[in-house]
Write a protein that binds this ligand. Structure first.
Ligand code: SAM
Ligand code: SF4
Length: 449
């Protein structure tokens, strides 16, 4: 038996499984008409839902970025977009009714480019058209370079409770290589401004696998990030997908760490964050031990959705803005990614929907299996199948794909239970992909680690 090395395994590519089926499976069989009908079926739902609003603008594009966004120096396109978003809120609420909301998430792009009055107006629209619960979590992704004391105060006044700051890496050579100049002082003062304004729940995004990173530099970045004391830190593996994001061609491929070096960088950053008192959550998150995200992971209540790991237990997510994804009981929907196409769809009084997928019972069972692996590194196939009225034998061929991992004691299979025994964060995407019935249907993915 040839020993399987982790550094060889992580050379494979696999989806990040923020949904199942994954976005490449979304197609035109679900469009505005189906989405509208699905929304109407939600009317009267009493369990609180989540809202996601996508803001697709940045002042400049970082070389590594894989988000759906575009650069604008002017505010006019942002103001025009906000008018359309306002209309989309109306169009969605006209169909779904005034649903209760427990989570709002503004993602991007750079949502803090929205002028404060406009942001406040949009939040007012959401409150008018939805029953936003007084204790709802209201989260926003922020570029620390555009956080000001006044801006932070306005966010708090609009009801924001949690902010997530893009930090990436504190090393000047790495920042230069990735086109993201951002001194430590910028992040420190942004953090302080948010805390002073009363936005106390903070997340940082860090990345590994970037050019110029060394074990020493990622350790220093992790320590500096921890010194500012955010409640949560995400440690994303850089997804290099230049066939999908042309800006990434500015990153020199030869300067990227190979899979073995990438594994070392990830491990070094993980150890440094844990040494600073952060507890691991899922494949790429860390949280203070008493934070709700870590408590959810410990108690089996961690969930995974398009924003990554969450404590949000809602089964329904309505997405608005270009490229936003929604999850409804019937299936997934995604808006047109291009701002112009999304705007045209909104103006013609339809919805912004471009594609989606209706879920079968087997999709739902596989989604439950994959979410359990991504959140807790184990799954019960029989339970997942029976929940959806299926025979667990649908998974027999998938189990066979794990044989080499079982032989080398990375994975244990007992009856219908599958458990990753070690290196869970590195292996979760690979093990989850064994249960993906669509994999290999043409889509290219980033490295599994
Ligand atoms: C919308 S941005 C965060 C807010 C703001 N735009 C910023 O950059 O500060 C979302 C996060 O995605 C992560 N990200 C972007 N491109 C990535 C890639 N190619 N691979 C992995 N993570 C990526 C970064 O950590 C980034 O902070
Ligand atoms: S990482 Fe953030 S600031 Fe940079 S281009 Fe992407 S969304 Fe914009």
């Amino acid at each position: 038996m040839i020993p399987l090395r982790l550094s060889e395994l992580v050379r494979r590519s696999a989806p990040r499984y923020t949904s199942y089926p994954t976005a490449p499976q979304f197609g035109p069989s679900v469009g505005p008409r189906e989405h509208g009908a699905w929304l109407r079926e939600l009317a009267g739902t009493s369990a609180p839902i989540s809202l996601y609003l996508h803001v697709p603008f940045c002042r400049s594009i970082c070389h590594y970025c894989a988000c759906t966004t575009k650069a604008t120096r002017r505010d006019e396109p942002i103001v025009a977009y906000a008018d359309r978003l306002r209309r989309e809120i109306e169009l969605v609420a006209d169909r779904a009714g005034r649903l209760p909301v427990s989570h709002i998430h503004w993602g991007g792009g750079t949502p803090n480019l929205l002028p404060p009055d406009i942001f406040d107006g949009l939040v007012g629209d959401l409150r008018e058209r939805f029953d936003v619960r007084p204790d709802a979590e209201h989260a926003i992704e922020l570029d620390p370079r555009w956080v000001t004391r006044e801006g932070a105060r306005r966010l708090k006044a609009s009801g924001v409770t949690r902010a997530s700051l893009g930090v990436q890496d504190f090393d000047a050579a790495v920042q230069h290589a990735i086109g993201r100049p951002q001194p430590f002082e910028t992040v420190r003062s942004g953090t302080e401004a948010l805390r002073a304004a009363g936005v106390a729940a903070l997340n940082f995004d860090l990345m590994y696998g970037l050019p110029q990173q060394t074990m020493r530099s990622v350790r220093a970045t992790a320590q500096l990030a921890a010194s500012l004391g955010p409640d949560r830190i995400a440690l994303f593996g850089y997804a290099h997908v230049p066939w999908f994001r042309a800006n990434q061609r500015l990153i020199e491929e030869a300067a990227l760490p190979d899979p073995s070096a990438r594994l070392d960088l990830a491990e070094t950053a993980r150890e440094a964050l844990q040494a600073e008192g952060y507890a691991p959550v899922g494949i790429d998150h860390f949280a203070k031990p008493d934070d709700a995200l870590h408590c959810a992971a410990r108690d089996g209540g961690l969930r995974r959705n398009f924003q990554g790991y969450t404590t949000d237990r809602s089964q329904i997510l309505i997405g608005m803005g270009p490229s936003a994804v929604g999850k409804l009981p019937q299936g997934y929907v995604q808006n047109a990614s291009d701002v112009a196409a999304w705007s045209r769809a909104i103006d013609s009084s339809g919805l912004g929907t471009a594609k989606g997928v209706a879920l079968t019972a087997e999709d739902r069972a596989r989604a439950a299996v994959i979410e359990a692996i991504m959140c807790g590194f184990e799954t019960d196939l029989a339970q997942a199948a029976r929940t959806y009225g299926l025979d667990p034998r649908i998974f027999v061929d998938d189990l066979a794909k794990l044989a080499s991992l079982v032989d080398q004691e990375f994975v244990r299979i007992q009856g219908w239970k599958v458990e990753i025994l070690r290196d869970g964060p590195a292996l979760a995407r690979i093990v989850a992909s064994a249960f993906d019935a669509y994999l290999g249907a043409g889509a290219r993915h980033s490295l599994a680690l």
